[in-house]
Design a protein around this ligand. Sequence first.
Ligand SMILES: C[S@@+](CC[C@H](N)C(=O)[O-])C[C@H]1O[C@@H](n2cnc3c(N)ncnc32)[C@H](O)[C@@H]1O
Length: 162
Amino acid sequence: MHIVFHPIGVIHTPYHDKAPYQPVEADEGDFFIEVFPEYREGLQDLDTFTYIYLLYFIDRLNREVSMKVEPVWAGEIEVGVFASRSPLRPNPIGLSVVKVLKVEGNTITTTGLDVFDGTPLLDIKPYIKDLDSKKDANYGWVEKTGDLRHLAMHILGIPHEY
Ligand SMILES: C[S@@+](CC[C@H](N)C(=O)[O-])C[C@H]1O[C@@H](n2cnc3c(N)ncnc32)[C@H](O)[C@@H]1O
């Protein structure tokens, strides 16, 4: 089966060839989404949510997709690509949760994002309290790596000295 998606907008960030591994809420710079005018009406009521999901096409991959990956922040651990958040996957669809700062016309201003400037946006969905947070969620294989606090800093791009 061949599936064709059409972008609904473009994500703008200060990043061109290097970005955090996951969104950093306190990141500085301009992060905004330009939704194409024909989808503008679909943004009604989006600003009633604190957080939203962004789904996008990771369009500038320059390495081969592999079924096993070694997340850069996790030392020498190898895991299956579907047990990872690696951008190198058979269908390079990215998912980020960001805070909505404002929605004006067809522009959504958000907190920090982990994508390159110009990344094509595929969809937006509201992040809904309780529906989207599971109290018994765990860290999966990340628990086996030991230092969860240290890993969290790598994942979130928080600068640290060790
Ligand atoms: C680890 S992925 C995580 C993406 C998303 N938060 C997720 O979990 O699906 C984030 C990395 O993808 C890479 N990246 C971001 N935008 C990209 C783009 N448009 N094309 C290629 N690589 C991109 C950057 O190296 C960034 O650090």
